[in-house]
Write a protein that binds this ligand. Structure first.
Ligand SMILES: C[S@@+](CC[C@H](N)C(=O)[O-])C[C@H]1O[C@@H](n2cnc3c(N)ncnc32)[C@H](O)[C@@H]1O
Length: 139
Protein backbone atom coordinates (compact mmCIF):
# COMPACT_ATOMS: atom_id res chain seq x y z
CA UNK A 1 0.00 0.00 0.00
CA UNK A 2 1.78 3.17 -1.12
CA UNK A 3 -1.10 5.34 -2.34
CA UNK A 4 -1.46 8.06 0.29
CA UNK A 5 -5.05 8.62 -0.82
CA UNK A 6 -5.91 5.04 0.17
CA UNK A 7 -4.22 5.55 3.53
CA UNK A 8 -6.35 8.65 4.11
CA UNK A 9 -9.51 6.71 3.19
CA UNK A 10 -8.69 3.87 5.59
CA UNK A 11 -7.88 6.25 8.43
CA UNK A 12 -11.03 8.29 7.83
CA UNK A 13 -13.18 5.13 7.72
CA UNK A 14 -11.66 4.16 11.08
CA UNK A 15 -12.77 7.49 12.55
CA UNK A 16 -9.53 9.49 12.40
CA UNK A 17 -10.70 13.11 12.24
CA UNK A 18 -7.39 14.45 10.96
CA UNK A 19 -6.87 11.64 8.45
CA UNK A 20 -4.74 13.64 6.00
CA UNK A 21 -2.35 14.84 8.69
CA UNK A 22 -2.11 11.38 10.25
CA UNK A 23 -1.45 9.81 6.85
CA UNK A 24 1.41 12.24 6.23
CA UNK A 25 2.94 11.61 9.67
CA UNK A 26 2.68 7.83 9.31
CA UNK A 27 4.14 7.95 5.81
CA UNK A 28 7.06 10.04 7.09
CA UNK A 29 7.62 7.57 9.95
CA UNK A 30 7.56 4.45 7.78
CA UNK A 31 10.78 3.16 6.25
CA UNK A 32 8.99 1.51 3.33
CA UNK A 33 5.59 0.41 2.01
CA UNK A 34 5.52 -2.62 4.29
CA UNK A 35 6.27 -0.46 7.30
CA UNK A 36 3.53 1.96 6.34
CA UNK A 37 1.04 -0.90 6.01
CA UNK A 38 1.95 -2.08 9.49
CA UNK A 39 1.57 1.41 10.98
CA UNK A 40 -1.77 2.01 9.26
CA UNK A 41 -3.14 -1.38 10.32
CA UNK A 42 -2.21 -0.71 13.95
CA UNK A 43 -3.65 2.80 13.81
CA UNK A 44 -6.91 1.51 12.30
CA UNK A 45 -7.10 -1.06 15.10
CA UNK A 46 -7.01 1.75 17.64
CA UNK A 47 -3.36 2.26 18.63
CA UNK A 48 -2.87 5.96 19.42
CA UNK A 49 -1.02 7.83 16.69
CA UNK A 50 1.52 9.18 19.17
CA UNK A 51 2.48 5.69 20.35
CA UNK A 52 3.06 4.65 16.75
CA UNK A 53 5.20 7.70 16.04
CA UNK A 54 6.99 7.59 19.40
CA UNK A 55 6.51 11.30 19.97
CA UNK A 56 3.94 14.05 20.33
CA UNK A 57 4.28 17.77 19.76
CA UNK A 58 3.70 19.75 22.94
CA UNK A 59 4.39 23.46 23.27
CA UNK A 60 6.40 23.35 20.06
CA UNK A 61 8.64 20.61 21.47
CA UNK A 62 8.87 16.90 20.68
CA UNK A 63 7.99 14.78 23.67
CA UNK A 64 8.87 11.08 23.62
CA UNK A 65 5.92 8.75 24.30
CA UNK A 66 6.24 4.99 24.47
CA UNK A 67 3.23 2.65 24.58
CA UNK A 68 1.61 2.75 27.99
CA UNK A 69 2.68 6.29 28.77
CA UNK A 70 0.04 9.01 29.03
CA UNK A 71 0.02 11.15 25.88
CA UNK A 72 0.29 14.82 26.94
CA UNK A 73 -2.84 16.73 25.98
CA UNK A 74 -2.98 19.99 24.09
CA UNK A 75 -5.03 21.57 26.86
CA UNK A 76 -2.15 20.98 29.29
CA UNK A 77 -0.03 23.42 27.30
CA UNK A 78 -1.86 26.21 29.14
CA UNK A 79 -0.70 24.81 32.47
CA UNK A 80 2.86 24.43 31.21
CA UNK A 81 2.99 27.96 29.82
CA UNK A 82 1.46 29.34 33.05
CA UNK A 83 4.11 27.55 35.11
CA UNK A 84 6.82 28.93 32.84
CA UNK A 85 5.42 32.46 33.21
CA UNK A 86 5.56 32.17 37.02
CA UNK A 87 9.12 30.85 37.13
CA UNK A 88 12.33 32.79 36.72
CA UNK A 89 16.08 32.36 36.92
CA UNK A 90 16.90 30.41 40.07
CA UNK A 91 13.37 29.09 40.53
CA UNK A 92 13.04 25.42 41.40
CA UNK A 93 10.16 23.76 39.54
CA UNK A 94 9.06 20.22 40.30
CA UNK A 95 6.87 18.39 37.78
CA UNK A 96 5.36 15.65 39.95
CA UNK A 97 3.62 12.80 38.15
CA UNK A 98 5.39 14.07 35.04
CA UNK A 99 4.43 11.27 32.65
CA UNK A 100 6.49 11.84 29.53
CA UNK A 101 7.87 15.07 31.00
CA UNK A 102 6.00 17.50 28.78
CA UNK A 103 5.38 20.21 31.38
CA UNK A 104 8.95 20.04 32.66
CA UNK A 105 10.22 20.26 29.09
CA UNK A 106 8.27 23.45 28.36
CA UNK A 107 9.36 25.12 31.60
CA UNK A 108 13.00 24.19 31.01
CA UNK A 109 12.82 25.45 27.43
CA UNK A 110 11.12 28.74 28.25
CA UNK A 111 12.87 29.88 31.43
CA UNK A 112 16.61 30.56 31.37
CA UNK A 113 18.33 29.67 34.63
CA UNK A 114 15.42 27.66 36.04
CA UNK A 115 16.04 24.35 37.86
CA UNK A 116 13.53 21.72 36.80
CA UNK A 117 12.99 18.30 38.35
CA UNK A 118 10.53 15.73 37.01
CA UNK A 119 9.36 12.57 38.75
CA UNK A 120 7.00 9.71 38.05
CA UNK A 121 6.32 6.34 39.65
CA UNK A 122 6.15 4.55 36.27
CA UNK A 123 9.57 3.45 34.95
CA UNK A 124 8.41 3.71 31.34
CA UNK A 125 7.26 7.28 31.91
CA UNK A 126 10.60 8.08 33.55
CA UNK A 127 12.43 6.62 30.55
CA UNK A 128 10.41 8.81 28.19
CA UNK A 129 10.93 11.89 30.37
CA UNK A 130 14.67 11.25 30.52
CA UNK A 131 14.83 11.21 26.73
CA UNK A 132 12.63 14.26 26.34
CA UNK A 133 14.58 16.23 28.94
CA UNK A 134 18.05 15.12 27.83
CA UNK A 135 20.04 18.25 27.09
CA UNK A 136 17.27 20.49 28.41
CA UNK A 137 19.00 21.05 31.75
CA UNK A 138 16.18 19.31 33.63
CA UNK A 139 16.55 16.23 35.82
C1 LIG B 1 -2.53 11.48 33.64
S1 LIG B 1 -0.78 11.21 33.66
C2 LIG B 1 -0.24 12.90 33.50
C3 LIG B 1 1.19 13.02 33.06
C4 LIG B 1 1.67 14.45 32.82
N1 LIG B 1 1.58 15.28 34.00
C5 LIG B 1 0.95 15.09 31.66
O1 LIG B 1 0.11 15.97 31.87
O2 LIG B 1 1.21 14.69 30.51
C6 LIG B 1 -0.52 10.87 35.40
C7 LIG B 1 0.89 10.35 35.74
O3 LIG B 1 0.99 10.27 37.18
C8 LIG B 1 1.84 9.19 37.49
N2 LIG B 1 1.63 8.84 38.91
C9 LIG B 1 0.52 8.31 39.48
N3 LIG B 1 0.71 8.13 40.79
C10 LIG B 1 1.96 8.57 41.09
C11 LIG B 1 2.74 8.67 42.28
N4 LIG B 1 2.24 8.26 43.45
N5 LIG B 1 3.97 9.18 42.20
C12 LIG B 1 4.49 9.59 41.02
N6 LIG B 1 3.80 9.53 39.84
C13 LIG B 1 2.56 9.03 39.89
C14 LIG B 1 1.45 8.14 36.49
O4 LIG B 1 2.45 7.14 36.34
C15 LIG B 1 1.23 8.98 35.22
O5 LIG B 1 2.41 9.03 34.43
Amino acid sequence: MTDIGLVVERLRAAGCVFAEEEARLLADAAADAEGLESLVSRRVSGVPLEHLLGWVEFGGLRVVVEPGVFVPRRRTEFLAESAAALAGAGSVVVDLCCGAGAIAAVVAARVPGVRVFAADVDPVAVRCARQTLAGAGAE
